[in-house]
Design a protein around this ligand. Structure first.
Ligand code: MG
Length: 406
């Protein structure tokens, strides 16, 4: 008896093996959601988490992982008992997280936040894997090192961040040598229309209200200062080997256009999409193919209008500082990132005002420059050492910044 062919038959291929570093965070959870929808297409090799052993064990069972590791050794017992009789190997400690990255998955999702993400992401690059990178620090603190190693080992770096993913997709419209510039959009944050004086008095509560995306407090405050965009231009500089002059930022409050690429004939290719991180993640997971999932669709008629404006570097000096460190090169962006983390934490704890954030970052960069410590990190150890030194320096400047009424 003849069977009618199915309409959407897919070619039979082995599933793509995937590991998620930072599986219980926001990017990790969105990735897991997509993997659950495509169980035949992906096989999970390893998962890691910081210290939520119980959640990691549940996720590892659900996704059928072979190996699960928590960075914090105190969470090992919880992970181990959660995985009892599952056949899934449990491990703990920073080395176990690096081991997870070394295991033979074709794709690695690098979604650990902060400096802890450097070593495991580099381990994936060293074995030539495809790394879907969500961690900012890899590129901001050690971008030259990362991209050099990726080139050497043949590893592919796919950008998860919505703006860089947009640029990655738009760049495929033409030849690299025909690109004249890229344009990254910024929402402008909650203080986009505030005066300098109003921004100076901004409260923590006001800074935590992002107009479009719901994210963690650190990145939300970075969006309010525009430092987030500053870190993103540095990432773009490394990811796509762009000169600082080839990168532009435009404020686009609707956050519908995520990135644009201009070619020498004047054509500008834009990437648009709804506010859902699963859209860029699904692109990274399936690349160069696509996942057919019920993604939120754009309704441009309902949105009505898209507006664009120039960023104001006077009201948002953090963006200017990022430009300056990108031009300086060497370890300057490592210092910028470390100082910003201290500054944001100090603002959250009420030690400094909102405009104290860029002021502390600037003081730290100047201090690091005059001490001659801003050398290009040649290894992860050197990047981490410069990160630590910059944090100490920022803390030294903290009382001085706190005393000034910005
Ligand atoms: Mg972004």
């Amino acid at each position: 008896m003849d069977r009618a062919p199915t309409l959407r038959s897919k070619p039979v291929t082995a599933p793509r093996t995937v590991s998620i570093l930072g599986a219980t965070g926001s990017i990790g959870s969105s990735t897991a959601d997509l993997l659950r929808r495509e169980r035949d297409r992906f096989a999970v090799e390893a998962l890691t988490a910081h210290k939520n052993g119980a959640a990691l064990a549940r996720l590892a069972r659900d996704l059928g992982a072979r190996f699960a590791a928590v960075a914090d050794e105190s969470a090992y017992a919880e992970l181990k008992s959660g995985l009892a009789r599952s056949g899934i190997e449990a491990a703990a400690g920073p080395e176990a997280v690096v081991e997870a990255a070394r295991r033979p998955a074709e794709w690695v999702i690098g979604a650990i936040t902060g400096a802890a993400g450097l070593e495991p992401a580099l381990a994936a690059i060293e074995r030539g894997a495809t790394l879907a990178l969500a961690n900012k620090e890899c590129l901001v603190c050690a971008g030259t090192l990362f991209m050099k190693r990726a080139q050497k080992t043949g590893a592919t770096v796919l950008p998860v961040d919505s703006e860089h993913n947009a640029l990655f997709q738009a760049l495929t419209a033409g030849r690299r040598e025909d690109v004249t510039k890229v344009i990254i959009t910024a929402s402008g944050g909650p203080f986009r229309t505030w005066s300098k004086d109003e921004i100076r008095k901004a409260t923590l509560q006001a800074a935590l209200k992002h107009p479009n995306w719901s994210m963690g407090p650190k990145v939300t405050i970075d969006s309010a200062t525009l430092m987030n965009k500053g870190l993103e231009i540095i990432e773009a500089h490394h990811l796509f080997a762009l000169d600082p002059d080839e990168i532009e930022v435009v404020v686009h409050p609707q956050s519908i256009v995520h990135g644009m690429v201009e070619f020498l004939d004047g054509s500008v290719i834009a990437h648009l999409g709804a506010h859902d991180m699963r859209i860029p993640i699904s692109h990274c997971l399936a690349w160069p193919d696509r996942i057919d999932w019920p993604a939120p669709r754009l309704d441009l008629a309902a949105i009505g209008s898209l507006t664009f404006e120039k960023p104001d570097l006077e009201r948002f000096p953090a963006l200017g500082l990022a430009w300056a460190t990108m031009r300086t090169g060497g370890g300057a962006t490592t210092v910028l990132n470390a100082a910003n983390e201290i500054a944001v934490a100090a603002f959250v704890e009420g030690q400094i005002g909102f405009t104290g954030i860029p002021a502390l970052v600037e003081a730290t960069i100047d201090g690091a420059a005059s001490r001659g410590i801003m050398r290009e990190p040649g290894s992860i150890a050197e990047a981490l050492a410069l990160d630590r030194d910059s944090r100490c320096l920022a803390k030294d400047f903290l009382p001085q910044i706190a005393a000034k009424a910005f």
